[in-house]
Design a binder for this molecule. Structure first.
Ligand code: ADP
Length: 518
């Protein structure tokens, strides 16, 4: 069909012109955002690592500064050649920070470790027994010739030191670190936590928001069993870029969905409008043909009769029958068009009443039987003894049935058989009209109830019609709270079934649907 070809072209146009570039842009946007957010995350990890190392060093410097300040007096007396008790006194006097001053003679220094901070040595060793939590920290003492005479120092509780000095290390020593440059501002957006030997948190400055990019760094020297963790706080760039990325991806997905939906809706709408336009134009030509044919036949019959050219009474009857038949055909077409227009405009008024479907089918068939038999149809009627009553508009129902019978005639070829049956089925009365005609393909079965739709291919080609009959049947059945169904095999025949709700089922429907539109 030309419309389908056209709509396919529109699809490619919409696809190529709008949807594809928009989708590509969206994919590119997601890609770019993910890359940027990946970079920010990686930067964050590096930066956190750098800060963690800076904090470790800052603690060493802080300790070194304390030790240097406390050891000054002892270094002086040692240089002057003082004995151990004097050195101890000087050590004790030098500090309020450390406890239990100690002097270690030079020959016992082997088990002690050295930590070099700012090119200065710091001597340390872990305590044993009851002092296993403590560390000896101290400095080397020399005589006036520069010979190491021993080491002077104290017992340090690393945990207490870390807890007490944490704030000053982070707030004063870190910012005064000349290597921090402009990164100082950023450290305010970081959380710094210290964990003890058992993995428990000893202290923190600011709360971490995510550990996704956190960096951990073991501490050194007397703090060797402690660990620093630096992580992003809520105001860190990595956190808000993460939020922004999530938002942007959600936005892009929503936008993509909107584009896809709008394109498919636009396409369907355009295709439907094009189809309708085409259907309408073929409707006009179909209807004019449908009107012209019976009028021409009637005129011919009337003229023949008027001129008295009819030889026998039998021929006369034949012409009169033609006039009657064609008038009926005209009437049905006009009824269909007017009813359809009223139904579509919501102006059709149904008069619901209790209807005996069996009697209605019988009467309709009686009025139509002549025409069926005239055309050589074998008619079978299968009605049960009784059927539940339905609440319906009898005229509309008859109209439906006539349309189905009319179609059975129009779309049958050699096998001219029509079977009408009725039965009660799940709260409905089902009335079926079955023929052994040309049948309808499955894809056409879905379309034939739409207005103006005619199957224009294959065997139907030479049969004329307006394409309104079945859509009218469908609208009437819906107004009754029922439906029309089709079962058909191409080449074998079709069965159309009207399903009308029984009187109890349709109660309440009467008022609601008395006036109806499409
Ligand atoms: P019309 O008969 O005026 O074309 P309808 O709405 O009654 O319009 O039917 C729509 C189409 O459904 C017909 O054009 C025809 O192709 C198909 N159709 C309807 N009834 C039958 C039938 N009994 N057998 C085969 N095809 C049918």
């Amino acid at each position: 069909m030309a419309v389908q070809r056209f709509s396919r072209r529109i699809l490619s146009l919409i696809g190529l012109g709008i949807a594809v570039p928009a989708l590509l842009l969206a994919v590119f946007g997601v890609f770019l955002t993910l890359r940027i957010s990946g970079d920010v995350s990686r930067e964050s990890v590096h930066y956190n690592q750098y800060i963690a190392r800076a904090v470790v060093e800052a603690f060493e410097e802080e300790l070194m500064a304390e030790v240097r300040a406390a050891a000054g007096g002892a270094e002086n007396v040692a240089r002057d050649g003082a004995a151990e008790p004097d050195i101890l006194t000087a050590l004790r006097r030098g500090t309020t920070e450390f406890e239990a001053a100690h002097f270690v003679p030079a020959d016992l220094l082997d088990g002690y470790a050295l930590l070099i901070v700012d090119a200065q040595p710091l001597l340390y060793a872990q305590g044993t027994g009851v002092r296993s939590r403590l560390y000896f920290v101290g400095t080397l003492l020399r005589d006036n010739e520069g010979q190491v005479t021993g080491a002077g120092g104290w017992w340090l509780d690393p945990e207490r030191f870390v807890r007490d000095h944490m704030l000053s290390v982070v707030q004063e020593r870190l910012p005064s670190n000349p290597r921090m440059y402009g990164g100082l501002e950023q450290t305010r957006r970081l959380s710094i936590q210290i964990f003890g030997p058992a993995g428990d948190e000893i202290g923190r400055v600011r709360n971490p928001y995510t550990n996704r990019t956190a960096a951990t760094e073991p501490m050194s020297g007397p703090f060797e069993r402690f660990m620093i963790r630096v992580a992003a706080t809520e105001s860190a760039p990595v956190v808000w870029t993460g939020r922004f990325v999530a938002l942007e991806i959600a936005f892009i997905i929503a936008l993509t969905l909107a584009i896809v939906l709008a394109s498919s809706f636009g396409l369907r709408y355009t295709t439907r409008q094009l189809e309708l336009a085409q259907l309408k134009s073929s409707f006009v030509s179909n209807v004019s043909h449908e009107l012209k044919t019976p009028i021409a036949l009637i005129r011919l019959a009337v003229e023949t009769l008027e001129m008295g050219r009819v030889a026998s009474e039998a021929d006369r009857q034949k012409f009169i029958a033609t006039i009657g038949r064609e008038t009926l055909r005209l009437q049905r077409l006009v009824d269909n068009i007017l009813d359809f227009a009223r139904l579509e405009a919501g102006q059709k008024v149904f008069r619901f009443d209790i209807v005996d479907v069996g009697a209605l089918v019988q009467e309709t068939l009686d009025s139509f039987r002549l025409r069926l038999e005239d055309q050589g149809f074998a008619v079978a009627l299968d009605l049960p003894d009784s059927l539940p009553p339905v609440r319906a508009d009898a005229t509309a129902l008859t109209h439906c049935l006539l349309n189905l019978l009319d179609n059975a005639i129009k779309y049958s070829r050699q096998r001219r058989e029509v079977r009408i049956s009725a039965e009660a089925r799940d709260g409905f009365v089902a009335v079926s009209v079955a023929d052994r005609g040309i049948g309808i393909s499955p894809e056409d079965q879905r379309r034939i109830f739409e207005k103006f739709v005619r199957v224009e291919t294959g065997l139907v080609h030479d049969v004329k019609g307006a394409g309104l009959g079945l859509s009218l049947v469908d609208l009437i059945m819906r107004a009754h709270g029922g439906r029309v169904e089709v079962a058909s095999v191409p080449g074998e025949g079709s069965t159309f079934t009207l399903l009308i709700p029984t009187a109890d089922e349709s109660r309440g429907h009467e008022e609601a649907e008395a006036r109806t539109g499409s």
